[in-house]
Design a protein around this ligand. Sequence first.
Ligand SMILES: [Zn+2]
Length: 248
Amino acid sequence: MKYITKYKSPNYNSRNNSKIKLIIIHYTALKNTEEAISHLCKKEKKVSSHYLISQKGKVYKMVDDKFRAWHAGIAFWQDYNDINSISIGIELDYSPRGKNNKFTSKMISSLQKLIIRIQKKYKICKNNILAHSDIAPFRKKDPGKNFPWKSLSESQIILNFKNLKKSDKQIIEHWFNKYNFKTKKQVIIFILSFIGYDTRKVNKNFKLYNDLIKSYGFRYLNEKDKVNNKLIYNALIKHLFNFLLTKN
Ligand SMILES: [Zn+2]
């Protein structure tokens, strides 16, 4: 895979020796690749990403991996607040309301190749290939509910959840009982936090809780528009089990 390197963004600074641990996937919500390049390379915009992938699958490299690009904003994952310092940002030329409202197969194929390359180079674990909405669920939706996570899990690029045996589910539920988790909501919040999500304020704030499970639901459930505690709960038990069993 060849990168197009003729457009450089001035919007970056030093990672301060932080290791690269995450890959963050975004969409631009702009009209096309030209607009995206211009936006991400303009100094006054103060935003950037390491890579941009066009609808045709061309990969633009605008910030060197070794620098801290500015794509995450206020965000959180696994107790990290400065996500830009520990991540690689990939923008997709996609806008939900534009002509570029498709995740084309060429785009996704390039994305997969790029992720594999970055993942190998920096030994990034599969649980840390994330949506912008995973690290900023209360303010960001990208790459959105139509993003084909399934093709990434089927290619084993991200965790591919095996179904649980009834007995496995019982073991996990027994454990939660033993440690006095009284409601499904408590279990949901615990697992979300364990995986990496920001749950610091969701206990007491129903709107934030709802935003968080909606964001999780868009990514992990087929049920696209509904938030259903039971479905989320079942998905998370399965997620936890697979997460614990997967080393990378
Ligand atoms: Zn984004």
